[in-house]
Ligand binder design. Sequence first.
Ligand SMILES: C[S@@+](CC[C@H](N)C(=O)[O-])C[C@H]1O[C@@H](n2cnc3c(N)ncnc32)[C@H](O)[C@@H]1O
Length: 282
Amino acid sequence: MNTPCDIPALQLSERSFGLLRSLFEKETGIHLRGEKRHLVIGRLQRRLEQRGLHDFESYCALLQQPHETQERQHLIDALTTHETYFFREPAHFQHLREQALPNLETRPLRIWSAASSSGEEAYSLAMTLADTLGPDGWEVFASDVSACSVWQAIQGLYPQQRLDNMPKGYLKRFCRRGQGVYTGQMLIHADLRARVNFFRHNLLADDNKLGEFAVVFLRNALIYFDATRRGQIIGKVVRHLRPGGYLYLGQSESFSEPLTSLEYLGGSIYRRPSCPAIARST
Ligand SMILES: C[S@@+](CC[C@H](N)C(=O)[O-])C[C@H]1O[C@@H](n2cnc3c(N)ncnc32)[C@H](O)[C@@H]1O
């Protein structure tokens, strides 16, 4: 197999593949199946070249050195899948605006984009809130296990063609066209960027400092986990959802595990009952 640039693909032995998989699983909770071997080679080959390494055995030895924390973070950045775009699954933003926000009276309203990738989902939420509620009384928090994605999100700089789904009015109101070296890119307005708090967070970790949220978007991340881990993640996330709060999962994510403590509203949207007595199975 050759890479797109016709550099012969490196060989990845069973042993090295096993090591990369277990390291990645330890850091993210995601189990890579055997058929992902070519994906692993494709996504890491350039990194080996950058580090001046000629085989995966040397890369694995490097990753195991205690001080190579950044390289282990690089492994996470490379092997997680970050596909996302502005106003993905627009029905969720419509539901948030028209159904959820009118029911949520607590201020400040805290919203969490819990696997935010490069930030498009979090900025879409911030635009929706700024438009619906005005400049005050809300806060957006956004996290991801990939440090590189969090860094990209904080920059808030996106190629113009990635903004295709954004309502035209929002484009004008919340984005600035890049000039000079930034031609072809759009920058999210500083005011809006300042309203979104990005941070690195592993969904399988506990973080009591996160506090409670009125709305959690946990979309298109659970599909990468097995049933046990999905259950653990949902349990942890629901603990941060306040009574009466809304949870949005990806629309293509339908799981056999019941979200028993939540009321199902359809369209992959759940609500935590205000009073536990009215919780019902979904
Ligand atoms: C496909 S993106 C989804 C982005 C966005 N929520 C959306 O729907 O467009 C999945 C994200 O989940 C993140 N992720 C994977 N494992 C994670 C973990 N254990 N904790 C937090 N984020 C994780 C990945 O880094 C990736 O950015």
